[in-house]
Write a protein that binds this ligand. Structure first.
Ligand code: SF4
Length: 356
């Protein structure tokens, strides 16, 4: 019954689920997972089409972060042995961008491990964004931590297409995994990114000890921000962090979570990110049938992924085309005539470039 109600809402009435409807689906036994996955796949096709968006990341400034996020090996608060280096030379960023383009991806995300960027760091990032765009034509995203309004405006003006700022965990859990900034700080930067005119990429990490109900709440908290993209990291505990001994999700729990995210965020790019190889294991391809329609290819920030060629071959065997890039692409929806179109975006008042 809960799946039939969800199907009616999402496919017939074409509306998002209510919290009660999503919770009813979440409470189904894991033995019902195949039916949930089948529905999530149909919802993904109906709302987004068959394409899968590929992106790679560069950890352009690693480690020594002043924040104390308990899951993160880049925090200076924990002894994790992670590599520490300042912002990479432009040549290294460009080499990674070229490799991203050559692997068939369209999105390139410049990530730095900081609470938020200093003006000096922001200057370097903007220089790198311009160089990557000019040389490769890739769509460039940035993940630089908490922003000030003027910084968001500068990034948007430099052509940053998408800004990543994850909420990381449900509101009810966040305070137990980070004390140096608040959940509302994160929400504020998510709003700033949109208000500056960038697309919002906002997701988190599943398996940080949240309950199933909190996981559903998390999907709704993200949906309230109307993100274009939702990265789903599956928690893979890092040695030396306070969460090093946290039990991980089972593959079936992870697939259930991905499918629930698709039902709650039907029109977003749901991107499988860190932990997918480790947590899903043999069931990795099922993640793409459970509603995910985007992948991080190559390595993650501090952990290794598999080769991009393996992922491209996987998509080919699943009959899922790689999404093309280019201006105006972004999130897909399927129009009434069956073609892909961009959703109507609310008109927002942009932050002026000289905002403080
Ligand atoms: S702010 Fe980012 S880099 Fe810094 S500790 Fe938290 S998750 Fe890690």
């Amino acid at each position: 019954m809960p799946l039939a109600a969800a199907e009616r809402a999402l496919l017939d009435e074409r509306r998002p689920l209510t919290r009660d409807e999503a919770l009813a689906v979440a409470r189904l036994p894991l033995d019902d997972l195949p039916a949930l996955i089948a529905l999530a796949h149909r919802v993904r096709l109906a709302w987004c089409g068959p394409e899968v968006e590929l992106e790679s990341l560069i950890n352009a400034k690693s480690g020594a972060c002043a924040e104390d996020c308990a899951f993160c090996s880049q925090s200076a608060h924990f002894d994790t042995g992670v590599e520490v280096y300042p912002f990479l030379d432009l040549d290294e960023v460009l080499a990674a961008a070229r490799a991203t383009r050559d692997a068939g991806a369209t999105q390139f995300c410049i990530v730095v491990a900081v609470r938020g960027p200093s003006e000096r760091l922001l200057d370097k990032v903007i220089k790198a964004v311009t160089a990557v765009r000019d040389e490769t034509g890739l769509e460039v995203a940035c993940s630089l931590g908490l922003l000030e309004p003027a910084q968001a405006a500068r990034l948007a003006a430099a052509g940053v297409r998408r800004y990543n700022h994850n909420l990381e965990a449900p509101r009810a859990v966040f305070g137990s995994i980070c004390t140096t900034h608040s959940y509302d700080d994160r929400v504020a930067t998510a709003h700033l990114a949109i208000d500056a005119g960038m697309e919002l990429c906002c997701g988190g990490i599943l398996g940080l000890g949240e309950t199933l109900e909190q996981r559903v709440d998390f999907a709704f908290e993200l949906a309230a921000l109307e993100p274009c993209e939702v990265p789903v990291n599956l928690f893979d505990p890092r040695p030396g962090t306070p969460l090093a001994d946290t039990p991980v999700l089972s593959p079936r729990e992870a697939l259930q979570a991905i499918a629930l995210f698709r039902l709650v965020l039907p029109g977003a790019w749901i991107r499988l990110a860190g932990g997918r190889e480790k947590i899903l294991g043999e069931l990795q391809s099922m993640g793409l049938y459970a509603g995910a329609n985007a992948l991080i290819i190559g390595n993650y920030l501090t952990t290794l992924g598999r080769s991009p060629e393996e992922d491209v071959a996987l998509l080919e065997s699943l009959g899922m085309p790689v999404a093309g890039g280019g201006p105006g692409e972004g999130r897909f929806v399927v129009a009434a005539d069956g073609t892909h179109a961009l959703p109507a975006k609310p008109v927002r008042k942009l932050i002026p470039l000289d905002a403080s």
